[in-house]
Write a protein that binds this ligand. Sequence first.
Ligand code: NCD
Length: 353
Amino acid sequence: MRHLIDFGDLTRQEWDGLYARASQIMDRPEDFLEVCRGRVMASVFYEPSTRTNFSFQAAMLRLGGTVFGFADPKSSSAAKGESLKDTVKMVSGYADVVVMRTPWEGSAKAASLYSDVPVINAGDGGHMHPTQTMADLTAITRLLGRADGLSIGLCGDLKNGRTVHSLIKAMAKFENIRFFLISPRELAIPGYMRAFLQERGMGFTEVTGLEAVIPQLDVLYMTRIQKERFVDPLEYERNKGVYVLTRRKLERAKEKMLVMHPLPRVDEIAVDVDDDPRAAYFRQARYGMFARMALLADLANQPRLDQTGAVEIGTKPVCRNPRCITRTEGYLPPLVRQIGGVDCCAFCDGALS
Ligand code: NCD
């Protein structure tokens, strides 16, 4: 593995290796204090973040490495009109690994074409968030003892929730997973995710009600309605507050069910749920730091490779997704990949026709 752009790019074996490493770090953190000594992580955040940014910084510092970066795009040269390519080229000249979050879908993939060092996708718009999935999978495996054979309820904004898309990609690597996709109809999973589930033959049921399915679940993964992704503010108003998990609703859940959430929560989990032993979200965030340590131990120690030869053949965007990175960075090659037999943009996964 050179970059972590999409969890789907990892093999099950690679994930098992990362999980084993994360477990070792949790059990004996003192053995890892020097693993990234002399290594530098660039943290390039064009979107708000508390957990992911801090978690990566803490992870690098705990491995003996150092960190620089920005968390406010106004303080970067993008505000002066610099292209993503130039920013990445420059940052990757200073750092050994680049962690990047942006509102543009496919941006981490785009950055990886020009970076001389590994790129980690810390969230690209409403598309993917693979290191959140590393946190989720670490929590599930540690707390339930397995990640195969689970019924998983994904609840909330499944259209714009990038953590949900990455988690679905990851669970395709496990046996016997059944999904309950709980969302308002207008916030259902994007077409490319439905095509992915069908292509992999994964069982899934799309429903609008939370309470009826709760008793069947091993994991209930709540998500925030992603206000910042709505083009139409009325659509947000219609959907906000639609699901609220309360202690009363939990009464019918399995005794060992995990309540998970990538955080931040707004109102989708009532505060009284926090004291229920099934509430796993704060532990999940801490596991994320260890999972990121396992990832950085590998990627920050890889050799630098000069990427000057990345192809630049496209002049016009071919993708119709208005949030796709190819719409603003016109030099990107028009890369295509097939999902469920359909030609899709290889940056944002949007269908091309
Ligand atoms: C998530 C994100 O940024 O996508 N947060 C996180 O990284 N833990 C979820 C969210 O913002 O709702």
